[in-house]
Design a protein around this ligand. Sequence first.
Ligand code: HEC
Length: 253
Amino acid sequence: MMIGRLPVTILFLVLVGFVSSPSVALASPEQDAADTGRLLAILLDSGRVTVGANQALINDAEKGDKGFTPEVFEKQLVEKFKERSGVDLTNLKSANVPEMAKKLLPQLVEASKQTVAENQSIINKKGVGFKGFIPATFGTHAAAKFSAKAGIYLKQTTQDGLLRNPANKADKFEAGVLEKFADPAYPRQGEKIVSEAADGGKILRVMLPLFYGKGCLTCHGEPKGEKDISGYKKEGAKEGDLGGAISVKLPLK
Ligand code: HEC
């Protein structure tokens, strides 16, 4: 996914001639950042969901080599992301997404793949069932890797009453938006984000809600207080309750 400076410049010059579609030409920096933040959040969560879909395989104590390589993961991730966002990561150049997204989405794919790559020896360990490689730990590591490389704030967070990893604690803005998300009237469908300019208009904050599905409840569901497989106490949540959110900060120029 390395693209040199010169080809990018040439591509830009070529594209400028073509960009006549009003939706692109009229998009404000704020709209671009909101769209980019939404896509990054959906991509991070698609990685979490992909790990979740392979959980039984990953936890199989009988099996050594699981074949859950970074490449296999990437293929499933690309499929999941397309299903949810309509964007084809294998043909990002011609996708109708902001330039910022074209630059950042591949970097998050890379960080996600690296996270799977670095955990291969754990994933392929024979004789061990639960290995601690779950969507949440994947998400924490992939987001941290991406943030370090791209310089973009990206994290999973939740309300204080649900918080497991203190590093995921919500700041003031996040806590306020989480409250909105938790309202049963907030749409559960459509991946609807909340975005707001901050820091005197220098950045745009974007949040995507995560609602608990059936698969989440083995760890976050009933009975409240009982330990889940990861050793944390279950929160007693029900399907459709707010689990948390993915939070992004993007520059606004
Ligand atoms: C195998 C058990 C397990 C399952 C299944 C699971 N989680 Fe979690 N979840 C955890 C653990 C453990 C953490 C803390 C991870 C860490 O240390 O960063 C966590 C953390 C989180 C966080 C970050 C905030 C925090 O508390 O640190 C969110 C949001 C979250 N889970 C939502 C979900 C959603 C939504 C699902 C279903 C799509 C889900 N989880 C499925 C175990 C699970």
